[in-house]
Design a binder for this molecule. Sequence first.
Ligand SMILES: [Fe+2]
Ligand SMILES: [Fe+2]
Length: 196
Amino acid sequence: MINFVAANIIVSYISIENYIKTIPKNIKGEIMLNEKIQKALNHQLNLELSSSYEYLAMSAFFESLNFSGFASWMRIQSQEENGHAAKIYDYILLSNSKVELAQINAPSLVYKTPKGVFEATYKHEQKVTASIHNLAGLAIDTKDYATGNFLQWFVNEQVEEEANALKILERIKMIEDSKGGVLYLDKELGKRAKSV
Ligand SMILES: [Fe+2]
Ligand SMILES: [Fe+2]
């Protein structure tokens, strides 16, 4: 109790920067993650945020075509990617390591049709899967069992992400010449509920 009061008095007389310097190294100076893992996790964090940004652009593209169902599906997808980024952000901090937020690239916006969007989505998810697998491989190589365990959720999630994108793409291919078919699929995808 006495120590706590004394610490408060000291804090009130010194700047926060100087106070942080007084915290023992073993509390705030030690990085728990291997540097390579920390870098790779930050890269994955950026990729998840880029995914969110890309899907948000796709949602806006669908809105511009009055496909509200596709737009809503993509908006929810964008929010999910933000959730993935938050999981990694929290894990880096929990591991007493450094979050490094890098620049997020502008969305590509080269798609012109619903089919083009889902082709790009499927391709993008394959890229994300490859990145997660690299990261999981790195965790095994460096004997980082905690990170390996943490990444297991992402490995499983990517199976679902790829399957969902491919399923929609295949359905679009089936109906792409039918305006009624595309409108029906738009209505169906609009039923997707928020998962967060
Ligand atoms: Fe993701
Ligand atoms: Fe994803």
